[in-house]
Write a protein that binds this ligand. Structure first.
Ligand code: UDP
Ligand code: MG
Length: 314
């Protein structure tokens, strides 16, 4: 089996990236060829519901070089689902997810393979800096990693994207996971195994535009936290208990004061503050419940994570 499967599978989710495909194959193919690995390599594109000529470019590329294969999804399922499809269909002894926009430098694959041969099953790329990102994205990313790791059980390495080398054993573990919510970084972290880091500089996007606006990133962040942690569900009982305790203390204070000094009608301000504060907390905790219940619904429906419309290449 090992002799028929390529050493490296590079899996590449693509959505409307017609201009990036050829550049990617030229650069990454060149680097992989230069590694001179006897078992060779494959590049597996996952067309995530592109509406431009991305699919046509993939087919063309496969005719030029059979090591370039592709899967086309029936619609846009999102990057995490596309990565799942890629992992499911990669044949390599190691799998490396990469963005098509050349932000993940393929030159790092060599050092990653070296670490893998030292015995690490996961070699993740860590961004030396985030200079290629705009400041607000840098700041929010920083907060996110901290918040996530503070409350989640699956600690994700800070500033490590999806760009990483995964040993076949790790890939098989992730493939076997039944869950629909595919927050890849969290799943990679959860799977464990020996891991090492390789630093790299993340380049600017070569062509095309980013497919992630802040709303999509926020949704991704919520997926990450709700799939890795139940802390947001639990803090409400503690906070509620604490507030109830305060209310009890305040109530006894009022009773004692009334007993000593008699009644008065003051206290409208404190009353309305308490009511609004508690009302807000209740809505917030309901919202958190909603986030989790919604995800439970998605899981119990047991729908497939993605649907394949077409395979390109053998
Ligand atoms: N992508 C995808 N499906 C989506 C959004 C993005 O397959 O719904 C792909 C995209 O084509 C690219 C990779 O995911 O190869 C990373 O996207 P992008 O470069 O836009 O993200 P950024 O680097 O800005 O975070
Ligand atoms: Mg990018």
């Amino acid at each position: 089996m090992a002799s028929t499967s390529p050493l490296v599978s590079v899996i590449v989710p693509v959505k409307n990236e017609e201009d990036a495909i050829d550049i990617f194959i030229a650069r990454v193919g060149g680097v992989l060829d230069a590694l001179n690995e006897p078992d060779g390599w494959e590049i597996l594109f996952v067309d995530d519901g592109s509406t431009d000529a991305t699919l046509a470019k993939m087919m063309l590329a496969n005719r030029v070089d059979a090591r370039v294969r592709g899967i086309s999804l029936s619609r846009n399922f999102g990057k995490e689902a596309a990565l799942t499809a890629g992992l499911d269909h990669a044949r390599g002894q190691v799998v490396i997810p990469m963005d098509v926009d050349m932000q993940d430098p393929p030159e790092v694959v060599g050092p990653m393979l070296a670490k893998w041969r030292e015995g690490y099953e996961v070699v993740y790329g860590v961004r030396a800096n985030r200079a290629s990102d705009p400041l607000p994205k840098r700041i929010t990313a920083d907060w996110y990693y901290r918040a996530h790791n503070w409350i989640s059980n699956d600690k994700i390495p800070e500033h490590a994207g999806d760009f990483r080398l995964l040993d076949r054993r790790v890939v098989d573990v992730i493939k076997a996971l039944p869950e629909r919510n595919r927050f890849m970084k969290g799943l990679f972290a959860w799977s464990g195994f020996r891991s090492a880091a390789v630093e790299y500089e993340r380049a600017e996007r070569t062509v095309g535009t980013t497919k992630f606006n802040y709303w999509k990133l926020w949704t991704l962040a919520l997926d990450g936290i709700t799939s890795g942690s139940t802390v947001p569900l639990k803090i409400w009982s503690y906070l509620g208990g604490f507030i109830a305790l305060l209310a009890l203390l305040y109530a006894s204070f009022i009773v004692i004061r009334t007993l000593i000094f008699g009644t008065d009608v003051a206290g409208y301000a404190s009353l309305i503050v308490a009511v609004l504060f508690l009302g807000g907390l209740q809505l917030l905790s309901l919202g958190v419940l909603g986030e989790y219940v919604g995800r439970i619904l998605v899981e119990v429906k047991q729908r497939p994570v993605y649907i394949i419309q077409q395979h390109i290449g053998e």
